[in-house]
Every structure is written in structure tokens, then in C-alpha cells.
Write a protein of this length. Sequence first.
Length: 58
Amino acid sequence: MTAPRPLRLAVTARTAEVLRRCYRGQDPAAVLERATRMLATADGHLTPDGRIKNRRRP
């Protein structure tokens, strides 16, 4: 099995400004990765240990 290719995302001007001004010196990809994990956890998509929960189909 091959690993999936990473997505290439374009950020909005506002997101670029936040990354540049608030996370100066940090890798933007790493900042977005942390933010995505935090959002997915808050939305209930990840288990407490960080694995993706299985979705139940209605």
C-alpha cells in the first residue's frame, strides 16, 4: 500500500496574514496541521489518542 500524497492547499489572504503575524518563525504547514487536529478533536472526529473515529452511516 502506498502512502497518500499530501494535499496542496491555497490559503486566503487573511489566513496568510495570521500565519505570518501570529506564528512568525514557525512552519506554516505545522501550524495548520496543529489547528486541523485541534478542530477535528473539538468536533468529535478524533478519538482521545488522535485516531480518526469510524463514521456510522445513517
